[in-house]
Design a binder for this molecule. Sequence first.
Ligand code: HEM
Length: 134
Amino acid sequence: MMENPRGTLPEQSFYEQVGGEDTFRRLVHRFYQGVAQDPLLRPMYPEEDLGPAEERLVLFLMQYWGGPRTYSDLRGHPRLRMRHTPFAVDQAAHDAWLRHMRDAVDELELAPEHEKELWDYLTYAAAAMVNRPG
Ligand code: HEM
């Protein structure tokens, strides 16, 4: 095996450090169980079947954290703020979205530094997605 210059193991992506695809699938599956029960969020999802939306979010998050780039192969550039403009993401929707995400993150039982990094990103991204006053 070739030694790398610093004599350390090659750095792993966050995606790999937290357990790869399985971890992101558990996260997003748990999140959508919450969405399915949510009287505010559920009607916002255009499709009867939440499965395809679940798959898009899984693939996006895997890609964002350094995993396979399948999301962009299938969907192109994420442009997430633009893709959310048809949906009324106000403060209440933002809060509900993050509440289900918080439950889902808690169930992963990640190392505290990983949990913080993931949660900081999710809260930042959720705030950026708000596109309606109120
Ligand atoms: C803040 C509250 C949010 C609400 C209420 C919301 C709601 C929605 C809805 C209704 C859809 C359409 C479902 C579909 O057919 O795919 C969607 C899509 C999506 N959302 Fe959100 N979202 C929120 C925040 C976020 C955040 C923070 C992220 C990323 C970290 C995100 C990532 C995505 C992705 C990747 C898609 C699919 C985009 C595509 O490829 O078409 N969303 N969201």
